[in-house]
Ligand binder design. Structure first.
Ligand code: THU
Length: 260
């Protein structure tokens, strides 16, 4: 199933389609900007597209060359392919792409949903291996080994990348007085602040644990991270045991931020 979701109004969309010479019947649904109250970067247009295709948001995959569009895809909980015609792969990833390709010609051929999913997994793995994502996950995993967790035996490592490209590390440090325990994400936050000062901005965070399911930052850590992050902070959660990697934009993990 294939849909177009464009911020343009229908008239502009139809003239663009005429330019391309593509048959509009290729698409099972077309949603234009004038059909939603909030346009991209709100996820509304992709939620509407998924609904029209009778798909859940999670089984919908968005292809975008625009940063606002990737933010919208992630806001709608869809997976996202970044096409690097207008922006660099790093810019696309930092706006929420799960993987980046130069054009659809680089995607590969498929004839079933299973083939398609195999290709997607491979593209994600290639992207992780060749970009800051792999480095950040690796650094979080190494930092996990330094955790002091004699009470819970649950070790956590975190690595934060800032907008200046700095990488800062933290691990959990427990205490016999349990409430004095500090989480890995807090350690990495303090290290980033101490190095780059109060105007620091976080672009990406990796968290590594040994649990079967990758563990997300706790609610207190999310609130702490929010002080130095935009909704587009990219979060990668990794299990060093199962090698499972989950990817979220921060706005998904903390939709309503408390601010003063
Ligand atoms: N922990 C973290 O390091 N980060 C979180 O976001 C959740 C919990 C640590 C704290 C404690 O040492 C152990 O995990 C079990 O709660």
């Amino acid at each position: 199933k294939l849909a177009v979701a464009t911020s343009s109004d229908r008239k502009k969309f139809l003239s663009s389609m005429a330019e391309t010479g593509l048959d509009i019947n290729l698409f099972d649904a077309v949603i234009c900007g004038d059909e939603v109250v909030q346009t991209k970067p709100s996820g509304d247009i992709y939620r509407y597209a998924a609904a029209k295709l009778c798909l859940s948001y999670e089984e919908t995959i968005v292809a975008e060359d625009a940063l606002n569009g990737l933010s919208a895809a992630r806001d709608a909980s869809c997976s996202a392919i970044g096409i690097s015609t207008s922006f660099s792969p790093e810019e696309l990833l930092l706006s929420g792409a799960d993987f980046v390709i130069p054009s659809f010609e680089n995607f590969g051929d498929f004839s079933s949903v299973e083939d398609f999913n195999v290709l997607v997994e491979k593209k994600i793995q290639d992207t992780v291996d060749s970009t800051f994502i792999g480095k950040l996950v690796d650094e979080a995993s190494k930092t996990m080994l330094k955790a002091y967790a004699p009470y819970s035996k649950f070790r956590v490592g975190a690595a934060i990348m800032t907008d200046k490209g700095g990488i800062y590390h933290g691990c959990n440090v427990e205490n016999a007085s349990f409430g004095a325990t500090r989480c890995a994400e807090q350690g990495a936050t303090l290290a980033a602040l101490a190095s780059e000062g109060p105007s620091v901005r976080f672009k990406a965070l990796a968290v590594a644990t040994e649990s079967d399911e990758p563990a997300p930052p706790c609610a207190i850590c999310r609130q702490i991270l929010s002080e130095f992050s935009n909704p587009d902070l990219q979060i990668y959660l990794y299990s060093i045991k199962t090698k499972k990697l989950l990817h979220y934009s921060f706005s998904k993990l903390l939709p309503k931020v408390f601010i003063l």
